[in-house]
Design a binder for this molecule. Structure first.
Ligand SMILES: NC(=O)c1ccc[n+]([C@@H]2O[C@H](COP(=O)([O-])OP(=O)(O)OC[C@H]3O[C@@H](n4cnc5c(N)ncnc54)[C@H](OP(=O)(O)O)[C@@H]3O)[C@@H](O)[C@H]2O)c1
Length: 342
């Protein structure tokens, strides 16, 4: 049995869901993979819980916001950078907000972890989107893994399929419905709601964030597409190079008309060859699909991705839970992968 120290930065929806998955799958991890996951520290924006030995999981298994001051191990102002060098390296699980301008605080967390010989599994996108080459280079230099399935469509396996299942094939292009919120809104518009009504319903159901800007303006899809492209095709795209269109200006009439013609309008992320010099082009935009497209029937919060290859034809994966639990499960999958693939 291998004991693996776990530190989690961020204790919001994904951080909490991750602990729940770890607790629910404790025996599976032990029996199937020989891994004993040991919680060592949890960090919020204003401090952390860190003890000299394993933390008790009990206070973390709650849907309510953590009341850190109730823990005897709560240390106001403590940051992961302050303690990570003092613990036997394991896996840092990064679940702080995705800041697409600075990459912080995830960038500092991931850098500290990789420099100190910790593996990392990230749900946050900012640092990876802005500093992909630097962080993957640092992981390589330190001889550790940097995983980010949870940042690249989470429970929908995009990176595993692109990197492992298609190994040896040349990927000629990628198309994906990578954002559950916008796909839900477009699906409901196809069923008769206008944009405002569909967005309200998505908010009421807890699907859309209170501020849905990154989703509805296409940036969340762009980030996932960029991470998939840079990881699978080894490109070096920055966010400014992605052509991005959102769904705000789509007219209800157009969606209904497409529906009547047996077609559907989707927000798609596409990675394709550009004949005018640059080898690859990344774009996010509204696309009209007919029934023959493999992603035509991907509705509601479901996501999907199609890889077009030279030797394996086209490979499509759809599904995967689009919620914090799915993200928590993707983080656990990455941790298992770190030790199981070695
Ligand atoms: N929600 C999903 O379904 C989903 C799916 C895949 C990926 N993601 C990504 O996962 C990440 C987390 O999402 P979420 O929904 O869990 O967000 P959230 O509910 O807003 O939680 C964010 C957490 O990060 C903490 N935090 C903020 N700044 C910090 C700092 N400097 N040091 C340590 N902790 C800090 C916050 O602490 P306080 O409590 O003190 O504010 C909070 O606990 C995001 O990057 C998101 O894009 C989310």
């Amino acid at each position: 049995m291998k004991s693996v120290n776990i530190i989690v930065t961020g204790f919001g929806r994904v951080g909490r869901a991750f602990w729940k998955v770890v607790e629910d799958k404790r025996e599976v991890c032990r029996e199937r993979y020989g891994l004993d996951l040991v919680p060592r520290a949890v960090f919020k924006s204003d401090g952390g819980i860190f003890g000299e030995t394993a933390l008790s999981m009990e206070p973390f298994l709650t849907d309510a916001p953590l009341k850190p001051l109730e823990s005897p191990d709560w240390k106001p102002g403590l940051r992961v950078q302050d303690i990570i060098g003092d613990i036997e390296p394991g896996v840092l699980v990064e679940c702080t907000p995705s800041d697409l301008r600075t990459g912080e605080p995830g960038l500092s967390h991931l850098t500290a972890a990789l420099e100190k010989g910790w593996h990392a599994a990230a749900a946050s996108k900012g640092a990876l989107v802005l500093r992909f080459k630097e962080l993957t280079g640092l992981a390589r230099k330190s001889g550790v893994h940097l995983k980010f399935s949870a940042a690249a469509a989470a429970a929908l396996p995009t990176l595993d399929v692109g990197i492992r299942s298609l190994a040896g094939a040349d990927v000629l292009g990628i198309e994906g419905i990578l954002n559950g919120t916008t796909n839900f809104i477009l699906t409901r518009m196809g069923e008769g709601l206008d944009y405002g009504q569909a967005l309200r319903e998505a908010r009421d159901k807890g699907i859309a964030e209170p501020d849905p800007t990154l989703d509805v303006d296409g940036w969340d899809t762009a980030c996932k597409l960029l991470l998939i492209s840079n990881a699978v095709m080894r490109t070096d795209f920055s966010l400014g190079e992605v052509q991005v269109e959102g769904i705000r200006d789509l007219s209800h009439e157009l969606v209904v008309k497409a529906s009547r013609l047996g077609k559907t309008i989707k927000l798609m992320g596409k990675c394709s060859k550009d004949e005018r010099g640059h080898p690859w082009k990344l774009e996010v935009g509204l696309t009209l699909l007919d029934g023959s497209h493999p992603l035509y029937g991907v509705n509601g919060t479901t996501k999907g991705i199609t890889f077009y290859t030279d030797t394996m034809g086209s490979v499509t994966v759809t599904g995967g839970k689009s919620d914090p639990l799915g993200a928590g499960a993707a983080l656990l999958k990455d941790i298992i992968g770190i030790y199981h693939d070695r």
